[in-house]
Design a protein around this ligand. Structure first.
Ligand code: CP
Length: 311
């Protein structure tokens, strides 16, 4: 596995291997002494062309906890603003001999293209509407720790499926690991190829959440809706916002998940988001650090053998 570009095509063994490796970092991150030297001497560059709080910070935290040097490229003050292309920027950074580049870009496929040009490991931190593999892995780890296994679970992914790379990566991962997936949302926010995704499609929360084990909410990605239909916020919340009433359709112990950033009162009500018994949103963030440690370790550390040859 030279790069981590997506979940599609990974084997169940590769995914389980990465989740198992992630588990081994939980105690380290919860201890007073959080730093180890496994990646000492390695250099990791974070190259984010889109905004991020969780992904960029947790990659930096993960790399530093493994002893690596981390450079956060500030795209806003870089020569990208003078017209330098993505590939020229990547080749410039590549010439500095990093061991890994973590890339987020607004174009689907941009990270894959970049990975073909550089000679270091590339991790996709989200490319357009395509994939966000470390998000799906951290979601899987959160679920696995709560439920023991992903196999046989019924998971509802709700909201703006069309524009969501989180939905795509999660659909791939959950199906590879034997879970059943429903997508729930208005027809205007369903991908045109939804019928080919192997998921159940629901246009109402009442039928979509019926008896599910996991409710995954997604933000309306208005930044990707230029020129297309943007729902009215109050109407959207009325029909698709997760609140106490709609949550009753799910299993009584169903977990509430959200990749963040949340828009409270749009796709999720605060009462549900902050439900300490059922919302695992902060646990997802915590697992994000361990998953990113595992991915860095597997790609540029000594744990390549943990994840096989899945790609
Ligand atoms: N979930 C996620 O990717 O969050 P950020 O955009 O803050 O990184």
């Amino acid at each position: 596995l030279p790069h981590l570009l997506g979940i599609e095509g990974l084997s169940p063994e590769t995914i389980s291997g990465l989740l198992d490796l992630s588990e081994t970092y939980i105690d380290q991150n919860r201890s007073v002494d959080k730093r180890r030297d496994r990646l000492a001497g390695r250099t990791i560059i974070n190259l984010f062309f889109e905004n991020s709080t969780r992904t960029r910070t947790s990659f930096e935290v993960a790399a530093k906890r493994l002893g690596a040097d981390v450079i956060n490229m500030d795209v806003a003050t870089s020569s990208v603003r003078k017209g330098e292309t993505l590939l020229d920027t990547a080749m410039t950074l590549n010439a500095m001999r990093p061991d890994a580049i973590v890339v987020r870009h607004h174009e689907s496929g941009a990270v894959n293209l970049l990975s073909q040009k550089v000679n270091c490991a590339v991790i996709n931190a989200g490319d357009g509407q395509h994939e966000h593999p470390t998000q799906a892995l951290l979601d899987a780890l959160t679920i696995r720790r709560r439920r023991g296994s992903l196999e046989g679970l019924l998971v509802a992914i709700c909201g703006d499926i069309m524009h969501s790379r989180v939905a795509r990566s999660n659909i791939h991962l959950l199906q590879i690991m034997g879970a059943r997936v429903r997508v729930v949302g208005p027809p205007t926010l369903m991908p045109t190829d939804v019928d080919k995704m192997g998921v159940e499609v629901h246009y109402s929360m009442k039928t979509g959440l019926k008896d599910v084990d996991i409710v995954m909410m997604l933000r309306l990605q208005t930044e990707r809706m230029q020129g297309s239909f943007v729902p009215s916020i109050s109407e959207y919340f009325h029909f698709f916002g997760l609140d106490r009433v709609k949550l009753q359709y799910a299993k009584p112990d169903a977990l509430i998940m959200h990749p963040g950033p949340m828009n409270r009162g749009v796709e999720i009500d605060s009462e549900v988001a902050d439900d300490l018994d059922r919302s695992v949103i902060h646990e997802q963030v915590e697992m994000g650090v361990t998953v990113r440690m595992a991915c860095l370790d597997a790609l540029i550390g000594g744990n390549r053998n943990q994840i096989g040859n899945g790609e």
